[in-house]
Write a protein that binds this ligand. Sequence first.
Ligand SMILES: C[S@@+](CC[C@H](N)C(=O)[O-])C[C@H]1O[C@@H](n2cnc3c(N)ncnc32)[C@H](O)[C@@H]1O
Length: 212
Amino acid sequence: MDDAVEKYLTELAQIEHDDPVLVEMEARAEKHGFPIVGRATGRYLELAARSIGARRVMELGSGYGYSAYWFARAVGPDGLVVCTDGDAKNATLAEDYLRKAGSWDRVRYRVGDALEGLAAETGDFDVVYCDVDKDGYPECWRVGRERIRVGGLWLCDNVIWSGHVATGDDREGLPGWTAAIREHNRLVAEDDRFVGSIVPIRDGVMAALRVS
Ligand SMILES: C[S@@+](CC[C@H](N)C(=O)[O-])C[C@H]1O[C@@H](n2cnc3c(N)ncnc32)[C@H](O)[C@@H]1O
């Protein structure tokens, strides 16, 4: 997305909802170059989850809990957000931040491979959200889509990949990731159980509603 437009959307999202914990989490991302979804996309994830009355959200690739912050707002005090990440340090940080935000009691954080975390859970989800390393996207879709209830949502970040999905070029140092995202996008489009669309916010979010 154009930088000026992204800045504008971020400022609007800040008017809609602000919180010192979010500011702290964003400062960490800036300092360490950690790829959180950011304010405008976070707000969109909350909206998408709220719009289907989500109570159970499964995150594949949670980092230190920034996207989970937004899902935790959407699911409410009786809801559940299952987080997954391969890095145990992120789980500790997420606990610190989300305790401060008052939503840690809605979160179950599983350290390890995201799909192993999903396999360890029983039941379907209202939302499965994907933000793992991009070479994992096709497999996450194949497995994740089977765990979404009819009327539930598949949400997946970075599906425009700074425009590389259009040219097919790899991003430097990340061989195969563009092809994997393109495969994911095609697979979602081909699955007639889902009605999907890419929301071109920040780096693109796939939103696909399970209709059958
Ligand atoms: C883009 S970041 C997630 C950011 C997070 N969704 C947010 O907006 O705050 C991706 C995270 O997924 C983790 N990760 C990548 N591939 C994974 C996998 N296959 N299983 C579990 N975690 C994975 C990385 O350690 C990293 O913390």
